[in-house]
Structures are given as C-alpha cells and as structure tokens.
Design a protein around this ligand. Structure first.
Ligand SMILES: Nc1ncnc2c1ncn2[C@@H]1O[C@H](COP(=O)(O)OP(=O)(O)O)[C@@H](O)[C@H]1O
Ligand SMILES: [Mg+2]
Length: 219
C-alpha cells in the first residue's frame, strides 16, 4: 500500500501543480512508482505528461475521477506514492480526499495576505477531517519565496513563527520552496527539475524537492 499525498489550497495559482509535477518527476527518477490523481478541471498535468512522452521521459500515470476517496483507496494499492492534486477552492473533492489521505500539504506564499488568509479555512477543514482520519499528517509549505526579495524572506520567517506558536495551526515544513524559474521552465518541457541537466539554481531546486519529500516521508 503506497502513501497518499494530498496537495491543496483555498486559492488558485499558488503552485500546487508545479509542486506535484516536480515531485512526481523526482520520484520516478528514483524508480518509485507514482500515480497522480487530478481532481480539478484543468488539463495541465495531462498535457505535462504528454510532453514527457514526447521527450522520451518516464511517464507518470495521471488519472481523473470524481469519486475521490474511492479512487484513493483503489489507486494507493497500485503505486508507492499517490499524489492527489486538488482544485484551488473548497470542493467536495478536497473534503473527500481529506478522509482518505495520509499526508496533506497546503501551499502558500507568505508575503501575500490573499494567500496567507486562506489558512484559516483550510485549517478548519483539516481539523474536522482529523476527527475521522486521525492518521492524517497535515503540513503548510511556504513557497514562491524570491531569494532576492527581503520582504519575501521576512514574511516567511514571521508566518513560520506564528504557526509554530500555536498548535491549532497546521504546522509549517522546515523546507521551503523558492520562486525559481527552473521550476516553471522544467514543467513547460514536461519535465521536473530532476529531469533537467543544466539551469540556473538547479542544485537548489532539486535539493528543495528532495528535502520536502524526506520531511513528509515519501522517500
Ligand atoms: N516555486 C515556483 N517558482 C517559480 N514559479 C512558480 C513556482 N510555483 C508555481 N510557479 C508558477 O506559478 C504559476 C501557478 O502555478 P500552478 O502550479 O499552476 O498553481 P496551482 O496549481 O496552485 O493553480 C505557474 O505559472 C507556475 O509556473
Ligand atoms: Mg493546478
């Protein structure tokens, strides 16, 4: 039985699909079997996987289905890691997936109040779901931190401190994801940073994806 990693947010465009694609690519490069279950309406991960095929990269099975908790129970038996990409808003898919997943990550950019303010509603849903799924491990991933913007770094440190000060909050991962062109340019090619040979900040990008996977226990 594989581990199920649920990737969510209460806002679109926070970086879920980018994180999912880069993590899936890292795992297949380590010879892990991975399935992506997409529950949102857009086709980004289907077309990403088609590009992988076109470029001769190891493909990742991508499924789409409405009955999310049933599909999680079925698909998690068929792979090492099942990654569930949720819509960027409250949805039946999100609530259903919370009841059947092992690990949940919610992504946000700490420097944006529009994003950090979504944490209250995500936290409420997670705490409710934990009443029936007591083994769920929820995490906040602080992402899209531009290393050359002091405001981004300060906001991430402050939000991290705030979340750690009260266990009612979903706790932040120690590893954070920077805003790096290579995360985006790799995805545009149907790749993840682990498929790329040369690019600026590549070592840093690969380290972040691997450290995150270690921290949540999927490698
Ligand atoms: N860590 C990152 N560094 C640079 N660009 C990023 C990063 N994460 C996401 N992006 C970019 O932000 C945009 C939204 O990301 P996406 O993964 O589609 O968000 P979501 O799936 O949450 O809607 C895309 O253009 C993507 O390339
Ligand atoms: Mg997406």
């Amino acid at each position: 039985m594989g581990k199920t990693l649920l990737v969510v947010s209460d806002k679109g465009g926070v970086g879920k699909s980018t994180y999912v694609a880069n993590t899936a690519s890292m795992l297949v490069n380590k010879a892990k079997s991975v399935i992506i279950l997409k529950t949102d309406k857009n086709n980004d991960l289907f077309s990403w996987n088609e590009k992988r095929q076109g470029h001769g990269l190891t493909t990742v099975t991508v499924y789409e289905d409405g009955n999310v908790s049933k599909e999680i129970n079925r698909l998690s038996k068929l792979c090492d890691v099942l990654i569930v990409d949720c819509p960027g808003h409250d949805s039946l898919e999100f609530r259903s997936a919370l009841t059947a997943s092992d690990i949940m990550i919610t992504l946000l950019k700490a420097s944006s109040d529009f994003e950090s303010e979504t944490l209250t509603s995500v936290t409420e849903k997670v705490r409710m779901a934990q009443k029936s799924n007591s083994t769920l491990q929820p995490w906040v991933l602080l992402t899209r931190i531009n290393p050359s913007k002091p405001r981004h770094i300060k906001a991430a440190i402050e939000l991290d401190k705030l979340l750690r000060s009260d266990s009612v909050w979903i706790q932040p991962l120690k590893t954070r994801m920077s805003e790096l062109d290579v995360f985006e340019s790799a995805c545009n090619e149907g790749a993840g940073v682990h498929d790329v040979c040369r690019a600026s900040s590549l070592t840093k990008a690969k380290a972040q994806i691997e450290l995150l996977a270690q921290e949540i226990g999927i490698v």
